[in-house]
Design a protein around this ligand. Structure first.
Ligand SMILES: Cc1cc2nc3c(=O)[nH]c(=O)nc-3n(C[C@H](O)[C@H](O)[C@H](O)COP(=O)(O)O)c2cc1C
Length: 178
């Protein structure tokens, strides 16, 4: 699909968590955050982070417990600030794979906005599950948007191998342009 990306007003929106995570120990910048920054610099897009008001526990085991409860409850954790996605044509939407789902705070953000006519390019970081079915879930949550083929990058690769990460992003962007 030809997305004519250069002509579009682009935004990278992402959710990401620091502290202890699977396969990377304690980190000071989240894996998805690293990918989001690279993507924004590659595409000259604006950057916005979805931040929950209530932060998650620093310990991985506690965090996965809370995230599972939120998923089961269909929670919509309150988020800190917002951005007018209405001002953009193309939105790169980034998130970690949490229990084969988007973190619930990403839905909080999605549900604040009108996605009609937007192009959405999903990107996720993960430790084995890839995108799971998140592209389909985004399509149902963002009525009227066109969801492009997403990319999944292993979190530990994003954290430790900038060159492989950049290469993966560039390959994906090229494929989106075709
Ligand atoms: C609450 C939670 C649930 C997770 N669930 C999965 C999962 O189902 N599948 C998977 O491959 N990785 C899972 N992971 C690993 C994250 O997807 C991976 O570490 C990701 O890169 C974290 O991104 P971040 O640093 O931007 O938050 C989970 C991590 C957390 C904290």
């Amino acid at each position: 699909m030809n997305t004519n990306m250069t002509e579009k007003k682009k935004l990278v929106v992402f959710f990401s968590r620091t502290d202890e995570n699977y396969g990377v120990g304690y980190i000071t910048k989240g894996n998805t955050h690293i990918v989001a920054e690279m993507l924004a610099s590659e595409t000259e897009a604006d950057l916005f982070q979805i931040e929950p008001v209530q932060s998650y526990p620093a310990e991985y085991d506690r965090c996965i417990e809370i995230a599972q409860q939120e998923k089961q409850a269909g929670a919509r954790p309150e988020v800190k600030s917002d951005i007018r996605i209405e001002d953009y044509d193309m939105i790169f939407l980034g998130y970690p794979n949490w229990w084969s789902e988007l973190p619930m705070a990403v839905y909080t953000f999605i549900e604040k906005h009108d996605w009609n006519g937007k192009l959405i390019a999903p990107f996720c970081t993960h430790e084995g599950s890839g995108l799971s079915a998140t592209e389909r879930r985004i399509q149902s949550a963002c009525q009227g948007a066109k969801v492009l083929r997403g990319i999944a990058i292993q979190g530990s690769t994003a954290q430790h191998d900038a060159s492989a990460t950049r290469k993966a992003i560039q390959g994906w962007l090229k494929a989106l342009e075709q």
